[in-house]
Design a protein around this ligand. Structure first.
Ligand code: N7H
Length: 492
């Protein structure tokens, strides 16, 4: 049984958000801050239970044809390892995930995050130099004029007034849905495929008891929240693995959150698609779809390999209902496509023992939001970004090493993954290349087979990608404690 009233709301379902304020802070007076957490902030946290009842209310209102919704404002909070140290004292946060304890800046080189010419990280203030102890997440709707809803501004002011001088703000970010709702800045529909959670996600696919929506495998909650059964890499994904022991008892019902500010070079990406598409004889939209693994509408290339099918892209019961195993030669979807790299589904089943179970140990729960303005005409014409825009990437997991970092480093950055591939009808090895969206390399980036060999064919093509289209310029790792931990161990 999931303790839904203990788990913060952004972790498993996601706080409902048109707008999200990220307030990164430093703890100035630990005793005073602990009092604020215990007496006030712990009570303000929006729990998984609150988010779920809100979802049910919205569904009921829709069914009754009542589209008017009460504005819903959310609040969550988390701490870096350094911030936890300030709350629990020396040794009180030992034994946690090694990457969490090291912090995102110390992990940057291993992830190929770009460093400035002198080798230092050109990150937003506070992120590279250990200046951040915690983050407040505040979410809410837009008002009828598409401005930030006053209730959200009020909530932000309340939280900051309560915290008072016990903290100082180091940095702030504001995420906001795009006018093309549900689509990120490159124009692709996002938020389609997140793992389902056993005991929480409704089963919309009665034919398969281990799925939520068709194609959405239900995972053991311990992959995302501490204190529950996990996926054991030795066991089939239908069988629970024992909940791992906790180095600190207060970690129960908590989760790690990875934050990355990912700038997206949208005019440059569009110009690249036009120019390379022409050179390869491909419609730029098809080239983009091959790079992502989905069309902008959301339709997966596994289902719609040559032409977009918008009716599928927007249909939650259809747009995620596929596997990759039926496409061993990347005719429909390149091995390196963003969604095949970051969640290879049943690809691993044909490559390693218990591949289906193993892949589920490397999943994340994504909860990011776009930031920055729309591309202007001048930017589009010049093919050059003048303003900063992109994704405030957020994901949740119980192991940063095995989940976010594994995906980024061992899959997206690794040109050899998916491994052991050969060309159809020959033994010649194929190197899949880098994930074109987020793969990071210290040298050149390349992706195999941008041109579809669908349904048959043996044409060989590669796509050289001299410059990245996604550039991180801030990152931090947080722990999102349970409500109980906020009230007790972390604020005593
Ligand atoms: Fe990705 N994009 O617009 O191209 N992502 N992503 N991502 N991503 C996904 O299925 C994108 C990033 C994953 O279950 C879609 O919801 C962009 C990071 C995973 O089939 C699109 C950025 C990491 C999935 C994008 C970015 C991931 C996924 C399809 C950065 C982890 C689910 C929509 C600016 C290291 C795969 C959907 C699955 C889907 C895009 C970042 C991981 C369109 C632009 C950093 C696991």
């Amino acid at each position: 049984q999931l303790r839904r009233s203990e788990i913060q709301g952004d972790v498993l379902i996601g706080l409902q958000k048109d707008v999200e304020f990220f307030i990164f802070f430093r703890i100035e007076d630990a005793d005073a801050f602990k009092r604020v957490v215990r007496d006030h902030l712990a009570d303000l946290v929006t729990t998984t239970e609150a988010v779920r009842s809100r979802e049910l209310q919205i569904a009921a209102a829709k069914e009754a044809g009542d589209l008017e919704r009460l504005p819903f404002v959310g609040f969550n909070l988390g701490f870096t390892h350094q911030g936890l140290g300030a709350l629990v004292g020396e040794g009180g946060a030992d034994g946690m995930d090694p990457s969490f304890m090291a912090g995102a800046a110390a992990r940057a080189a291993d992830l190929n995050d770009p460093a400035g010419q002198d080798g230092t990280l050109a990150w937003k203030p506070g992120f590279a130099d250990g200046g951040i102890d915690g983050v407040f997440l505040l979410t809410g709707p837009l008002d009828c004029k598409d401005a930030v809803h006053p209730l959200l501004v009020e909530k932000r002011d309340d939280v900051l007034a309560l915290a008072g001088g016990s903290i100082s703000i180091v940095h702030e970010e504001t995420g906001r849905v795009r006018p093309e709702r549900g689509h990120e800045h490159f124009g692709f529909r996002d938020g389609i495929s997140n793992p389902g959670v056993r005991g929480l996600t409704p089963n919309q696919n009665p034919a398969d008891g281990d799925q939520g929506a068709p194609g959405q495998d239900l995972l053991w909650p311990g992959e995302f929240v501490f204190g529950y059964p996990v996926q054991d890499p030795e066991k089939p994904f239908t069988e629970p693995g024992d909940p791992p022991g906790l180095p600190q008892a207060w970690m129960r019902d908590g989760s790690y959150m990875v934050f990355r500010r990912l700038k997206q070079l949208v005019p440059e990406f569009d110009a690249f698609l036009d120019e390379r598409g022409e050179a390869l004889g491909l419609d730029p939209a098809l080239l983009g779809a091959r790079m992502v693994g989905r069309w902008k509408s959301g339709a997966p290339v596994m289902i719609a390999p040559l032409q977009d099918e918008p009716a599928i892209g927007g249909a939650p019961l259809l747009n995620n209902d596929f596997e990759f195993g039926s496409d061993p030669h990347q005719r429909r979807c390149p091995y390196a496509a963003h969604i095949r790299k970051t969640y290879p589904r049943d690809d691993l089943a044909r490559l390693i023992p218990n591949g289906e179970g193993v892949v589920q140990t490397h999943r994340i729960m994504r909860a990011g939001i776009p930031f920055g303005p729309e591309v202007t005409e001048a930017e589009a014409e010049s093919g050059t970004s003048a303003a900063e825009r992109g994704l405030l990437f957020v994901c949740y997991q119980t192991s940063i090493v095995e989940q976010f970092e594994f995906i980024q480093k061992d899959w997206s950055n690794a040109p050899g993954f998916l491994f052991d591939q050969t060309r159809p009808g020959s033994d010649e090895a194929v190197e899949p290349g880098h994930d074109p969206i987020i793969g990071q390399a210290s040298g050149a980036r390349e992706m195999d087979e941008p041109v579809p060999n669908y349904p048959f064919g043996s044409r060989r093509s590669t796509l050289a990608m001299p410059n990245p289209f996604v550039v991180p310029d801030a990152a931090a790792y947080f722990f999102m404690p349970s409500i109980f931990a906020l009230r007790t161990a972390l604020s005593e």
